[in-house]
Design a protein around this ligand. Structure first.
Ligand code: LLP
Length: 384
């Protein structure tokens, strides 16, 4: 929801830009931190959702750790001031350079995704005379019931160690002097809105924890990943229900004394805190279709083109009285450069301001320079 003051301010700014509501971000972070505290759960922010520096500062300040998927993210987390002992590092393809960097930084834990990766980390840690803390990322074959492009926990996905490889993992762990096994890790997908999915995950986590314990590997950390979805259809209903989410894990996980439960939330923390603000360049009234051509495109927000993702689109200049249907498109030379088809809008004119809502997660960070576009800019609510 934008105030008249916001809209007046936008009218004087060059478009397109991401507009970040830092107050909403704070409310969301506080809500999550308070809900997690009830159960003593640990939250790592999944940096891949958005590594905008202002957001990272705010997220660090609330006391969350960082979940990284590249050497670049590990570096950025450390530079931002995230505590090293709260940094975890996942990814199916960690390069030697990235592993060495993370070893040098003494991060909390590598979430290891294959038997071979275990061997490589053992070898590289040995060369440095270090012991690397590792958790095994297990692919639990649990359906996240989300878009297939953002499902990660099924047998056919590339992520994690499949159950049939766990014995090989256990053997390598036993034989590796430079590895310290601390726990198990899962991440089954993103934009999960059916919370029952997490009950199924908990059942599998309990089974795998038992599997390791039975073989003499104490499981100190249960890291259940992230994936909690947001309501893209109601962007004004802004703070996800962290209470119900954490409650499921407290009820369905068999948490042993001394065991820690870790989460890696991305979208749920930052998703509703930003909109992409854009101006109408042209309106083309065709025979079959009316097109609104914006000055933002898939180069600024790729999700609709990549996953046919829905984002609510609002004409900020004309209010909400629906008059016509438009295809809302960008200026990029690709037919998939479309934010929405047949979207009901008030009659629209060149120069109108549009907001594409719920763009705080996987928006700015997935922007590209395709077509040699200008780098996307950010504007913050604080500056009002
Ligand atoms: N942990 C791991 C190991 C992950 O791979 C991810 C996301 C997360 C945590 C955080 O998931 P979240 O809480 O944000 O759902 N670009 C896609 C989403 C890709 C998610 C990749 N992994 C999109 O725009 O929908």
């Amino acid at each position: 929801m934008f105030s008249n003051k916001d809209i007046l301010r936008f009218a004087n700014l060059e478009t397109p830009f991401y507009y970040y509501d830092l107050n909403l971000l704070q409310t969301t972070l506080t809500s999550c931190a308070e809900a997690a505290k009830l159960y003593n759960f640990h939250v790592h922010y999944a940096m891949k959702a958005n590594f905008n520096a202002s957001l990272l500062q705010q997220i660090k300040a609330i006391g969350f750790g960082a979940d990284c998927v590249s050497g670049g993210e590990v570096n950025e987390a450390i530079q931002t001031g995230f505590a090293k002992e709260q940094i975890v590092f996942a990814g199916v393809g960690k390069s030697d350079k990235e592993i060495n960097l993370a070893l040098d930084q003494d991060i909390f834990c590598f979430n290891v995704e294959s038997v071979q990766e275990l061997e490589v980390i053992n070898e590289l840690a040995g060369k440095k005379g270090k012991k690397a803390r590792v958790a095994i990322r297990i692919n639990p074959n649990v359906d996240a019931h989300t878009h297939h492009n953002i499902t990660t926990g099924l047998d056919e996905n590339k992520f994690g160690v499949n159950s049939w490889d766990l014995s090989a993992c256990a053997e390598v762990l036993r034989a590796s002097a430079n590895l310290e096994f601390i726990g198990i890790h899962f991440h089954i997908g993103s934009q999960i809105t059916n919370l029952d999915v997490y009950k199924n995950l908990c059942v599998r986590v309990n089974e795998f924890a038992f599997w390791f314990e039975e073989r003499g590997f104490p499981v100190k950390v249960l890291n259940v990943g992230g994936g909690l979805g947001i309501d893209y259809h109601n962007p004004d209903q802004q703070v996800p229900d962290f209470g119900s989410y954490f409650k499921i894990f407290s009820e369905f996980l068999e948490i042993k004394p001394g065991q820690e439960v870790h989460f890696e939330l991305g979208r749920a923390l930052v998703g509703q805190s930003a909109s992409l603000i854009s101006r109408v360049l042209y309106v083309k009234n065709g025979k079959k279709k009316n097109f609104v051509i914006l000055d933002a495109g898939m180069t600024e927000l790729m999700r609709p083109a990549l996953y046919q993702a829905y984002h609510k689109i609002e004409n900020l200049t004309r209010g909400s009285e629906v008059a016509l249907k438009y295809d809302i498109v960008g200026p990029i030379c690709e037919s998939t450069d479309c934010f929405g088809k047949e979207v009901e809008q008030p009659e629209t004119f060149r120069g109108d301001l549009f907001a594409i809502r719920s763009a705080g997660a996987y928006g700015e960070v997935m922007a590209s320079k395709y077509n040699l576009r200008d780098e996307i800019r950010s504007v913050y609510s604080e500056e009002v």
